[in-house]
Write a protein that binds this ligand. Structure first.
Ligand SMILES: [Zn+2]
Length: 466
């Protein structure tokens, strides 16, 4: 795409009719009223940058205090009494959070654009405007009883990288963009990672627009109401690399005492329903050997499934979370048994092997007991292997900054999963207290927040120079 073509995709700000400050949709009332203070701030004059950040220059560090204070300021929007946040997607609180972020990005000299699904892109120019951008970000929306860090950390870490580059007068070759993906949580509108899915072409925009909350308000209507339905297409363009920094939302880094997780992918996962037919008979007179007892089939395959999980340690996950016997009487052999099995593994070969083994163990046990069985996979999310160059850039950044780290897979889905289908992508994790997330008590240590952002900065610098 030529520079003119790229330019014409941008929706540039116009003057707000109420306060005169640059906004995207002058027909939408000024946020000044909602926030209690002017959040629109005009963009400062363009920087004149000159220096290169050499990869070996490990003295450049982000400002941990500035990042922490921004995290705390953002957490005041939609703050809950128990110390968490409630900024569900496209509510007034989400809007206020998005506007606050945009005002900070404008202060940092970024050009901001909004796409048709409300994804925000704040761009710091690079030395060569013809190069595709390096993008980094996450989400600002939260669960109704969410925390201060899930998603927000990744967005504000991206902004902090830009501010650090500004402070040190460092110019990158590629433009750098901080991105806020709309409705990652999927709790108000029931599709998680919605904005990134539309952008990556995994979800038609019409389907996203039509999603409705419990009161029947639709995504498109709410985007228009808060003034964040942009005019540019929600579609992935060329991107050099995408990074998402995030809290781990699990206990692995904390228990290993590592401040940085180099995330190499997201595990494959699926859920299966098994229905085994038996024959109801009296618990007393029926000899064991003549029974068609689905529970005996279960007793046969259950240890084999756990042994299979054991053989695929340490990454395999096998969970039997539901077992239901019919008729559920203590002195009747069950006529039917229903159970669910959740299987996860980050490596495709091992995952496929576990699925095949699971089917084999269940069917042979049921055959032996003459209990017909039906198995269906009712949910599956394919795993993600992140991009090798991006992972290497994070490894190099860890080396440069000297933080202790470990490599791991993500147990949860993230916007980065959608991105990785269309652009080179990887993630950086930091620990969160007790592995707790989607909880008002969600917490991260300031030093870990700072470490994650320093690694993000240096990963971006590495990829910029490749
Ligand atoms: Zn998140």
């Amino acid at each position: 795409m030529d520079v003119e073509g790229a330019r014409s995709q941008y929706q540039l700000a116009e003057q707000c009719r109420a306060c005169g400050i640059e906004v995207f949709d002058p027909d939408v009332s000024c946020i000044t009223a909602a926030g209690g203070g002017p959040l629109h701030v005009p963009a400062p004059a363009a920087r004149s940058s000159s220096r290169n950040l050499s990869v070996s220059n490990n003295s450049v560090r982000i400002d941990g205090e500035r990042l922490w204070s921004r995290l705390m300021s953002m957490s005041e929007i939609g703050a809950t009494p128990a110390g968490g946040c409630n900024r569900r997607a496209l509510t007034d609180e989400d809007r206020a959070g998005r506007e606050l972020l945009m005002s900070w990005c404008r202060d940092a000299g970024c050009e901001i654009r909004l796409d048709a699904i409300g994804n925000i892109f704040a761009r710091r120019a690079g030395r060569n405007s013809k190069l595709p951008p390096v993008i980094t970000g996450s989400h600002l929306d939260t669960q109704p009883t969410g925390g201060k860090f899930d998603g927000v950390f990744g967005v504000l870490a991206g902004l902090e990288v830009i501010e650090t580059l500004n402070d040190h007068d460092i110019e990158t070759d590629h433009p750098l963009e901080v991105v806020v993906w709309t409705n990652e949580e999927g709790c108000r509108f029931d599709t998680a990672m919605m904005g990134s899915a539309v952008w990556a072409g995994a979800m038609p925009i019409e389907a996203a627009y039509a999603l409705a909350d419990r009161d029947g308000r639709q995504v498109e209507q709410e985007l228009v109401r808060i003034g964040h339905k942009g005019k540019i297409a929600a579609r992935a363009g060329p991107v050099r690399a995408a990074f998402e920094a995030h809290i781990e939302q699990g206990p692995i880094l904390e228990s290993a005492n590592k401040p940085i997780g180099i995330v190499t992918g997201v595990q494959h996962m699926s859920r299966h329903r098994i229905v085994i037919e038996g024959k109801e008979t009296h618990a007393g007179p029926s000899p064991m050997e003549t029974r068609k007892d689905p529970m005996m089939a279960l007793a046969d395959f259950l240890p084999k499934l756990y042994a299979m999980a054991e053989r695929n340690r340490p990454h395999a996950r096998l969970t039997i979370g539901y077992i239901h016997a019919i008729p559920g009487s203590s002195n009747t052999v069950p006529g039917q048994l229903e159970l669910t099995v959740d299987i996860r593994h980050p490596e495709k070969t091992a995952y496929d092997g576990m699925i095949a083994g699971f089917r084999e163990h269940v069917s042979s046990a049921c055959e032996k007991r003459s209990t017909p069985v039906r198995m269906e996979c009712f949910w599956e999310a394919p795993g993600v292997e992140f991009d090798g160059d991006c992972i290497n850039a994070v490894r190099k950044a860890v080396e440069t900054t000297g933080y202790d780290s470990m490599e791991l897979y993500s147990g949860a889905g993230h916007d980065a999963c959608n991105l990785s289908a269309v652009v080179p992508t990887s993630m950086i994790f930091i620990p969160c207290e007790g592995g707790l997330s989607h909880n008002e008590s969600e917490n991260a240590k300031p030093e870990h927040v700072e470490a994650g952002c320093n690694v993000l900065l240096h990963a971006i610098v590495v990829i910029d120079g490749i």
